[in-house]
Ligand binder design. Structure first.
Ligand code: MTE
Length: 335
């Protein structure tokens, strides 16, 4: 992200996935009593997970269909194709180029996995791999993801709200912030072993939210997309999705969630504080020092019409749900 990095589109129009089709099919399947949404989306996707691997690139993980409750959370916009969502990524642990996370992460082991929930709470606990999918009721959220680099996507995620997990830990009165940490494993994550490949980041990747942001019902812990378990490049087995903030807040492959009393240090803020704030709320009125944030390039698929320039909305269009969290704050100062 430190580099000027604008998305270039190529290939054909046919990969654009129409959300209306997605919705109509889902309604039909729901009427038929068929809630296994994995079946639904696999019919839509031009690019099944099985197609990712050729030659000696065998996956070390198993993608499986998820069953979840379809929530009425439709963004009213074209979905980004599954292919684009899973091949155009930011995951510096696997390289800082957009194509590298897909190419370099397929051997990443996500099972067994442990996610520790600790800190200022009465009931700390640890989740193992199976708990991630079973302990909380999964639901679908279709969210816009706006990267600070001025591109965006619309993605159907499956997961559960962070608030549900935090409530189980019973936060105490000192819990004012939540800190998240990605796995640190240089043997598996080449960007952690090689400073150049990893974009000069000090690992482990760390992010944070204020407790009221963490408890907002929009804040999601995702374990799947397009009805399948997350592929490694998108943050398997569990990642955060905070749709009103720039994408770098949505930390991937989380091993620790800790409730703390003071504002935490976060990866991009530490690396370049004048460019990446702690809050990182999507804000078209506050430009990045090196580029405008007034518009964004919406990526839908791979075709001629696969990326269009649209106006960026305050809080990425989720102002109704979250603007009150920042009442009275100067959003230029707290960017
Ligand atoms: N999490 C970790 N651990 N490492 C990263 O490099 N990149 C962030 C975020 N989470 C990143 C991360 C950035 S900059 C963005 S835009 C989103 O992941 C991209 O998510 P996606 O690749 O699923 O679209």
């Amino acid at each position: 992200m430190l580099f000027k990095n604008f998305f270039k589109s190529a290939l054909s129009e046919s990969d654009v996935t129409d959300e209306n089709i997605y919705r109509q099919r889902r309604e039909l399947l729901t009427k038929m009593g068929y809630l296994g949404a994995g079946a639904l989306v696999s019919g839509l996707s031009p690019y099944g997970h099985a197609n990712w691997f050729s030659g000696d690139k065998k996956p070390n993980f198993v993608t499986s269909d998820l069953t979840y409750k379809a929530a009425e959370n439709i963004s009213g916009q074209l979905l980004t194709s599954e292919e684009k969502v899973t091949t155009h990524n930011n995951f510096y642990e696997f390289g800082s180029q957009k194509h590298q996370p897909f190419e370099l992460s397929q051997q990443f082991k996500v099972n067994p996995w442990q996610l520790k929930v600790s800190g200022e709470c009465d009931k700390p606990f640890t989740l193992d791999y199976d708990d991630l999918f079973k302990r909380f009721e999964l639901e679908e959220r279709i969210y816009r993801l706006r990267c600070v680099e001025a591109w965006s996507m619309v993605i159907p995620w499956q997961g559960f709200s962070l608030a549900n997990l935090l409530k189980q830990a019973s936060p105490n009165s000192k819990a004012k912030y939540v800190v998240f940490e990605t796995l640190h494993d240089p043997e598996q994550m080449p960007g952690q072993a090689n400073r150049r490949l990893g974009g000069g980041i000090q690992y482990p990747y760390t992010e944070g939210l204020r407790i009221d942001e963490a408890m907002n019902s929009l804040t999601l812990l995702s374990v799947g997309l397009y009805g399948k378990t997350l592929p490694p490049q998108n943050g398997a087995p569990i990642r955060l999705v905070v749709p009103w903030k720039y994408g770098f807040k949505s930390i991937k492959s989380i091993v620790s969630i800790k409730l703390v009393s003071s504002p935490p240090q976060t990866t991009w803020n530490q690396l370049a504080p004048q460019e990446y704030g702690f809050y990182a709320n999507v804000n078209p009125m506050h430009d990045h020092p090196r580029w405008s944030q007034a518009t964004e390039r919406r990526i839908t698929g791979n075709g001629l019409f696969a990326a269009s320039r649209i106006n960026t909305l305050p809080f990425n269009g989720y102002g109704e749900q979250v603007a009150h969290l920042y009442k009275g704050m100067d959003l230029h100062k707290y960017y």
